[in-house]
Design a protein around this ligand. Structure first.
Ligand code: NI
Length: 395
């Protein structure tokens, strides 16, 4: 069924074998050397021009269009793997011990190569299409590096997507507004005064101050932020003290901040600083708060989302195109592109009822390869549709 989705059998088979090769040879963020070489040689075979100058790993290809416009259409796939020991038992499981394509980026890269093949055969391609095979999504800094190197300079609109086991194979999830949360980290250091466990009045107990702070931080999301705007503050690490008979001088809390709206992201940061400082003041402990900014939220805006929804509908039909069924608090470094250009980030369903599917970042993660036909067809169509839009606007 999916092979008929505007993807010739030969193209589908090439995508599957390319995916299996990448899956067997996963590489961590910024180490995607072999992956990049493989993509380059594939592009070369197809006669598609490419550039490897923008980052130490990763590659950007361009398929020329018939018209020169003010901007080209970009399609982006991430290509890196995760530090996970694979336990799928697949015949093409990882050959690299402790490294695994557990987020489907092997499928993202292969689907985009399929789209490249389809676009390269397109006699009527109006506007050039740039294919971004991006390194280091998992570390959250690949997109940022490519943007700093100028990858978006000539881009009018950009599209991307992620494999998602939360939805049925053949569906494409297109949502207006936020589709991934921003992700920042915080480190709070509590500087108390060490002392004898039997004489607490001579000390300032950083364990007690830290414990109060862990509980107080829980009230930020529950009491300060509009419950209609999803957000998270998680303390993931609490380190203090070494001995049962010593009052710990310092404690260190580390955590994660997630938000869907940029305004909420700012509110959360302010609230964490205020609450931490106040709790320190309560017990005369000195508090240092460090916020480590990560990736911004992915927010689908305006015309790009409309174009994406129409393209998805053309590929899989109206009934299989729908929005996210709940807010997604995962992070995705596509947010850097979304801040800079009109863009849309979709999700491709991968499950069928007869098989169990494990979540992304699980050692047993896998996806139904038939979705490669869906993603390649979608990217092909969205590039053409967005090209027409850009062309109409530049006339
Ligand atoms: Ni991913």
């Amino acid at each position: 069924m999916y092979r008929d989705l505007q993807v010739p059998t030969a193209t589908f088979d090439e995508m599957v074998s390319f995916r299996r090769d990448l899956h067997a040879n996963p590489e961590l963020s910024w180490k995607e050397t072999r992956t990049t070489e493989k993509i380059c040689s594939f592009l070369k075979e197809q006669g598609i021009a490419f550039d490897t100058e923008l980052a130490p790993t990763g590659v950007v290809a361009t398929i020329p269009g018939r018209n020169a416009t003010k901007g080209v259409i970009a399609l982006r796939a991430d290509i890196d793997a995760l530090p996970i020991h694979e336990e799928t038992g697949l015949p093409f499981a990882s050959n690299n011990e402790g490294v695994m394509h557990a987020c489907g980026h092997d499928g993202h890269a292969s689907g985009l190569l399929g789209a490249a093949m389809l676009l390269n055969e397109e006699p009527e391609l109006q506007v050039p299409v740039k294919l971004i095979f991006q390194p280091a999504e998992e570390t959250g800094d690949g997109a940022k590096a490519l943007i700093a190197a100028g990858v978006l300079d000539d881009v009018a609109m950009i599209f991307g997507g992620h494999i998602d086991r939360g939805y049925r194979l053949g569906s494409i999830i297109v949502t207006d507004g936020p589709v991934n949360a921003s992700s920042d980290r915080f480190v709070v250091t509590i500087n108390g005064k060490g002392g004898h466990a039997g004489r607490p009045h001579e000390a300032i107990d950083s364990v007690v101050v830290g414990s109060l702070l862990v509980m107080a931080l829980q009230t930020i999301v529950s009491r300060e932020i509009n419950p209609a705007h999803p957000s998270v503050v998680t303390v993931g690490s609490f380190e203090a003290g070494k001995a049962s008979n010593v009052i710990a001088e310092t404690a260190c809390l580390k955590g994660t901040i997630r938000a869907q709206e940029p305004e909420v992201r700012i509110e959360l940061e302010r609230a964490i600083r205020r609450v931490a400082t106040a709790i320190g003041g309560l017990h005369d402990a000195r508090i240092d708060v460090e916020i480590i900014p990560g990736t911004p939220a992915v927010i689908n805006r305006g015309k790009a989302t409309t174009i994406a929804r129409e393209a998805a509908t053309q590929i899989v039909g109206e009934k299989k195109v729908y929005p996210l069924d709940h807010a997604n608090m995962g992070a995705e470094d596509f947010g850097w592109y979304a801040e800079e250009r009109p863009s849309c980030y979709v999700r491709f369903g991968t499950t069928s009822p007869d098989k169990e599917y494990f979540p992304a970042h699980s050692s047993r993660f896998d996806f139904d390869e038939r979705l490669l036909a869906v993603s390649a067809s979608y990217f092909h169509q969205v590039a053409i549709s967005a090209g027409h839009h850009v062309l109409d606007n530049s006339r």
